[in-house]
Design a protein around this ligand. Structure first.
Ligand code: AP5
Length: 222
């Protein structure tokens, strides 16, 4: 994602269920840059049973955040790959002030300008229903919702017929801990990035397609 010749990273910030993944996937497709979801990276490690996955699994199942040094190392390795050379879309990272500071340093080292941050704001009452209704394609990662964005055939992905699965951390008690972790550790990033004058608020309460339109119009203006 280059803007005025400056290579850019775009960050989607917002509470669990705000629609970060849904929007990041669309924008990455439109802009032709990689979509980097730290949550997806951890789920991949857990699925493969890697050493990192074994460390992350119990933490994710409790709805807490994985330690910063693990996340930063994983992102640094991913961003170093050639497909990120012209920009990338971050979803679920950074999530703490040390992660944001680590990202600033990483972007500086790699010759990127300041990150653009889209903060998707949604009332907390909507999040529980969105998350308990979420289903994800096991093959391509497409995101559905049984209440708001149902697949044409129950349990099957519209794009490739893959099986739709429910995330283990989308249980009500874990969702409550994830939201509490967001309040404690991630919400301060809104002011951190606002002070860097790189944050734009997006109303995430509308339906997902309307939010995508607002995101794309906003990006075209920046
Ligand atoms: P992660 O996978 O990042 O989860 P999250 O931040 O909790 O966010 P979600 O993926 O739940 O929500 P989303 O905002 O992407 O919503 P989505 O678009 O899917 O992290 C999981 C765990 O990994 C963490 O708890 C932590 O342990 C660990 N982790 C990850 N990154 C980390 C980091 N940087 N540091 C430390 N630990 C980390 O949408 C949700 C549902 O709503 C879907 O069903 C969708 O169809 C629906 N929906 C979306 N938009 C709309 C809309 N506008 N209207 C109606 N429905 C909508």
């Amino acid at each position: 994602m280059a803007s005025g010749g400056v290579k850019r990273a775009l960050i989607f910030l917002g509470p669990p269920g705000a629609g970060k993944g849904t929007q990041a996937m669309q924008v990455a497709r439109v802009q032709g840059v990689p979509h980097l979801s730290t949550g997806d990276m951890f789920r991949d490690h857990v699925g493969r049973g890697s050493e990192l996955g074994l460390r992350a699994k119990p933490i994710m199942e409790r709805g807490e955040l994985v330690p910063d040094e693990i996340v930063l190392g994983m992102v640094e390795e991913r961003v170093a790959r050639p497909d990120c050379a012209n920009g990338f879309v971050l979803d679920g990272f950074p999530r703490t002030i040390p992660q944001a500071q680590g990202l600033d340093a990483l972007l500086g080292r790699r010759g990127f300008g300041k990150a653009l941050v889209l903060h998707i704001a949604v009332e907390y009452e909507k999040l529980l229903r969105r998350l308990t209704g979420r289903r994800t394609c096991a093959t391509c990662g497409e995101i559905y919702n049984i209440y708001a964005r149902a697949p044409k055939v129950e349990g099957k992905c519209d794009k490739d017929g893959g099986e739709l699965t429910q995330r283990k951390d989308d249980r009500e008690e874990v969702i409550r801990e994830r939201i509490a972790a967001y309040d404690r550790q991630t919400k301060p990033l809104i002011e951190y990035y606002r002070a860097q004058s790189g944050l734009v608020d997006i109303d995430g309460a509308a339906d997902a397609d309307a939010v995508t339109r607002e995101v794309l119009v906003t990006l075209a203006r920046l």
